[in-house]
Design a protein. Structure first.
Length: 453
């Protein structure tokens, strides 16, 4: 829970139980429902110790994981100073790049139809198709903009002193320069230099390159064997299951896959284009890191291989928020570790703020229905965060979700898992629309002693 001082300055986030206690005794008031933020009524910023928190980001194409953490020094049994990292708040920001892409495609189709319908050809008077420097497609631009707006808000609610971000999925320079990757079992905890291992796992989708077997132990395999002059560079490495690895022996890939030509074509095609795809994927993240750097908080950029190494070493499963939590420098040999994982994830879904158009078109662009002039219907506007208390029926119970209004007053509620209609009389407003839908989901159960449950 985020905590603000009397004057609105951010203090250290607190545990939900502590927030309940403060609110119950009347020492604090609720500022926002999502993300849940309280303001202390009597305590100023000068009365509190504010060591500060770190914001950790794992940008992804569909969702970005965000973790608010703090770090404390502790001494290990050998007397060394190590760092304990605590996850305080976990947020999963779900992007809407797909919707934006389809909306842009639809708009292009309408325009194309209009052009051929009633315009004669006229040569363009000037080049109106130029794009400014740093232009990104709107669906990619949205990822950066929505992440930045959430980061700006979090910096208002929490004393953010550092931002750690996964800048590149894989450090292409490190992979290209990688000296060697010996063929050991890829499942064993990744030591330093795990960059290449994670890269191969992602490239070959965690399956054998020769037979497609997944969920089996995989070895790093030399396409052209070392005994026949094959190098250790990534362009000569694939993942293979143990039977394939042994069956191939010292044969080249052409000999080994001679009877499976389509498989051979796949393998050689994938080998020929390894690093360019990754570089393209990294572009959006690079722009994000540049944007974050303008906030005036130190930004540290890390690679995905390092994140995965940290996460595996702590026995954490893969999720957006856990990747964000494991992001950054962790000297595991010194004894650095993660000691707390937030139990709940706040899911923030980008929904947009509706449309200016007051008609809904059909798929050819002709008006299908008129939208009402007023956005507010029976006290609610589409996008508001509400609590619905349904007295009876299939959906009986208490729900928190996003409302979509109807002129009839039978508004539609959308939660993370369900969608149903309910009368405005059974609703209570929590927070006005801000372009996001909010929900909670459980983080994967995990404890330091037992690992994931
Ligand atoms: Zn195989």
């Amino acid at each position: 829970m985020f905590v603000l001082a009397k004057g609105g300055e951010p203090l250290m986030p607190c545990h939900p139980a502590r927030a309940r206690e403060l609110l119950g005794s009347g020492r604090a008031v609720v500022v926002r429902r999502a993300p849940f933020t309280i303001r202390l009524k009597h305590r100023g910023c000068a009365d509190s110790a504010v060591p500060g928190v770190q914001l950790r980001l794992d940008p992804g194409s569909k969702a970005t994981g965000i973790a608010v953490t703090d770090e404390r020094a502790r001494s290990t049994s050998t007397g060394q100073a190590a760092v304990e990292r605590r996850g305080l708040i976990a947020i999963e920001l779900r992007h809407r790049g797909r919707q934006i892409h389809s909306a842009m495609t639809r708009r292009a189709a309408y325009r194309r139809r209009r052009r051929s319908a009633n315009l004669r050809y006229r040569a363009p008077r000037r080049d109106n198709r130029s794009r400014p420097d740093g232009w990104l497609p709107p669906s990619l631009r949205h990822r950066i903009d929505s992440t930045m707006s959430l980061v700006a808000r979090l910096c208002r609610y929490a004393p953010v002193r550092e931002i750690h971000v996964e800048q590149v999925a894989f450090d292409t320079a490190a992979i290209a320069a990688s000296p060697s990757a010996d063929a050991r079992d890829i499942r064993e905890p990744a030591p330093a230099g795990s960059e290449i291992r994670e890269f191969l796992l992602a490239t070959w989708k965690r399956s054998c390159a020769y037979c497609g077997a997944a969920g089996v132990p995989l070895n790093i395999e030399h396409v052209r064997p070392r005994s026949r002059g094959g190098s250790d560079r990534v362009t000569n490495l694939v993942l293979a299951c143990i039977p394939c690895n042994q069956a191939k022996g010292t044969a080249t890939v052409d000999e080994f896959l001679a009877d499976r030509p389509d498989r051979l074509k796949n393998v050689t095609a994938q080998l020929r284009k390894p690093l360019h795809d990754v570089a393209a994927m990294n572009t959006t993240r690079l722009v994000l890191v540049k944007a974050l750097a303008t906030r005036g908080v130190p930004v540290h950029a890390w690679s995905g291989g390092r994140t995965a190494g940290n996460r595996l070493a702590m026995g954490l499963p893969k999720s957006h928020t856990l990747d964000a939590l494991a992001n950054g420098l962790m000297d595991r040999e010194r004894g650095d570790r993660i000691v707390r994982v937030p139990a709940q994830i706040l899911v923030v879904r980008s929904t947009g703020r509706g449309s200016y158009a007051r008609t809904t078109p059909d798929r050819y662009g002709f008006p299908r229905l008129q939208r009402p002039r007023r956005k507010v219907q029976h006290g609610y506007a589409t996008g508001d965060l509400v609590v619905a208390v349904v007295p009876r029926g299939k959906w009986a119970g208490k729900w928190v979700g996003r409302v979509a209004v109807r002129t009839s007053g039978q508004h539609r509620i959308t939660t993370l898992t369900s969608r149903f209609d309910v009368s405005y009389r059974n609703l209570r407003l929590l927070q006005r629309a801000d372009g996001h839908a909010y929900g909670f989901t459980e983080e994967i159960r995990w404890s330091e002693e037992t690992g994931p449950a």
